[in-house]
Structure formats: structure tokens, C-alpha cells
Ligand binder design. Structure first.
Ligand SMILES: C[S@@+](CC[C@H](N)C(=O)[O-])C[C@H]1O[C@@H](n2cnc3c(N)ncnc32)[C@H](O)[C@@H]1O
Length: 274
């Protein structure tokens, strides 16, 4: 089977994260996957605190922080080392945390054991980058942040479709995507070129461990709301596209919501399953 190049930088980052003794050290030494900062002052506590704030802000703004969440189930796609997962375990009774990389999932369990409620956590490896080993209709919410933009278009759309599958009728999906910007004329071809260099034996492996270069390689797709909504099963109601007030992203027939906490290059699809 052809190697799936867009998965390489994440697998590499996962392997690198396994070389450190603690999640604190991963944050200080690499920073490369999650907040792009490195330095001796960084702590996992602060990192998780950013996730706590963002989870609560997004749930509030999207109208998903409602009484009864402590009896509900959430599926998080692209949990990484658990920055947001901790907050989900405080809010929901069961959290399926899904990620491509088994090393990140191990770190995620460690982070949640320290800052969250680990008895509520189930970790799921997304081995093929597109299928969720999560039962159908099991969840009340499927949530994904800064992950779908890093997948090949087909994988991103398949994961979006998987989100709809795992959420039961009456539940919600909240999926984050990245829209086009001027810089993409450079970023996307540079990302594709670097991913193709990962194929070169030895050099490719060395290259995938260089943080600055790997950041380019993460840049994979820019999907617009209509393309995502069209690709999904016809079961969505209350479809809303959320974006920064200065962004001009729109979805045909979708209501628009604005929140200045959203990155101007991002947008969210929030919808209810009929
Ligand atoms: C930028 S990190 C974001 C992590 C987390 N959502 C956060 O905000 O802290 C992206 C995560 O998505 C994961 N990822 C990338 N492609 C994926 C795929 N096809 N399926 C599942 N996870 C994926 C990576 O391994 C990484 O942990």
C-alpha cells in the first residue's frame, strides 16, 4: 500500500513525544505539535488550562453546554495529548478520545489522569486516518478541533461522515475546518512538496523530525462549508456555520454565527442530527 504521507508528521511527532519522561517535558521540549512554543517556562498545567477555556467557550457559544451533559457521551476527533480532553471528561460522562497516533493517546491518558477524570476516558486509535472504531449512535456530540484541516480531503470528509454516524438522533456535531487565505498559494504547495520528500529513505525521516519543516507538511486541505455539507448524509438539521466576525465564509442555506474567539482562518460546522 502507498504510504499515506500526510500521516507521517503526526506519527513522527508521536514517536518524539514518547522519548520524553513526562507530558511537561514534551510541552517544553517540542511544543511543535500543539502551541508552536518551546521554552523552560512552559508547563502542561498551562497547556491544559488553554484547553479548558476553549472547550467551555466553544460549548457555550455553540449552545452545547446544557444541563444533562454529565450524563452524555462525546467523541473527540484528534485529541492529541489531551489538551481539551481533560475538560471534556469534566463535562461529559463518557469521552471517546480518538487520534491517529498511539503515542499521543498514551500521553492523553496520562494528561487526563492528572487533570481530568480518567475513568470517563476511552482512547481510540484511528489506524487508517479516516475510520472511527466507535459504535454507531453512541454519542451526543462529535467534536473536532484543528485536526480535519490536516487530513487529505477524502479522509477529512470521511471523518466528518463518521461523526454523523456515531452521533445519535438529536445529538450534535461541532467540526472545525480551515478556510482559504492568501498565504495558501505558498503554504499548500510547500506542504505537498515537503510531504513528497518524506518518501526519501533516511532523509525523509530526518526531515519529518524538523519542527519548522513539519509545520508546512501539516498544511493539507482547505474545505469550504458547502463541500462539507454536501458530502454528509442528509440527516443534518439546524445547520449553522460559525466564524470570526471578519471572515466571509458562508454556507448555502446555513445560518451564520460569529464569535471573535474563532481564528479568522477557521470555521465550524455545528449541526443537529435529525
Ligand atoms: C494540532 S493537533 C490538535 C490537537 C487537539 N485537538 C488540540 O486542539 O489540542 C492535531 C491532532 O490531530 C491528529 N490527527 C491528524 N490527522 C488525523 C487523522 N486523520 N485522524 C485522527 N487524528 C488525526 C494528530 O495526531 C494531532 O494529535
Amino acid at each position: 500500500m502507498r504510504r499515506r504521507l500526510q500521516l507521517i508528521p503526526w506519527k513522527t511527532a508521536g514517536r518524539v513525544s514518547e522519548q520524553f519522561a513526562s507530558a511537561d517535558e514534551v510541552i517544553r521540549q517540542t511544543g511543535w505539535v500543539f502551541n508552536n512554543e518551546t521554552g523552560s517556562q512552559l508547563t502542561i498545567d498551562e497547556f491544559v488550562a488553554t484547553g479548558d477555556n476553549e472547550v467551555l467557550a466553544y460549548l457555550e457559544v455553540f449552545g452545547l453546554r446544557t444541563p444533562g451533559n454529565d450524563e452524555r457521551t462525546v467523541v473527540e476527533i484528534g485529541c492529541g495529548i489531551g489538551r481539551m480532553t481533560c475538560a471534556f471528561t469534566h463535562e461529559f460522562s463518557i469521552v471517546y478520545a480518538c487520534d491517529l497516533d498511539a503515542g499521543f493517546l498514551e500521553r492523553c491518558r496520562e494528561t487526563v489522569a492528572r487533570f481530568g477524570k480518567v475513568d470517563r476516558l476511552r482512547t481510540i486509535e484511528v489506524g487508517d486516518g479516516r475510520s472511527l472504531e466507535v459504535p454507531t449512535d453512541v454519542a451526543d456530540l462529535a467534536f473536532s478541533y484543528i485536526t480535519l484541516q490536516h487530513c487529505e480531503i477524502d479522509d477529512a470528509l470521511e471523518l466528518a461522515s463518521e461523526s454523523v454516524r456515531v452521533v445519535r438522533a438529536g445529538g450534535y456535531v461541532a467540526l472545525n475546518f480551515r478556510s482559504r487565505s492568501g498565504a495558501d498559494a505558498l503554504l499548500l504547495p510547500a506542504g505537498a512538496l515537503i510531504r513528497s520528500l518524506f518518501r526519501i529513505p533516511r532523509f525523509g525521516r530526518w526531515l519529518s523530525q524538523r519542527r519548522t519543516v513539519a509545520r508546512f507538511a501539516w498544511q493539507v486541505n482547505r474545505l469550504q462549508p458547502d463541500a462539507v455539507i454536501r458530502s454528509l448524509p442528509n440527516v443534518l438539521t439546524e445547520v449553522k456555520v460559525w466564524r470570526h466576525p471578519r471572515s466571509n465564509v458562508f454556507g448555502t442555506g446555513a445560518e451564520i454565527g460569529t464569535f471573535d474567539g474563532i481564528n479568522p482562518h477557521h470555521w465550524w460546522l455545528v449541526a443537529r442530527i435529525a
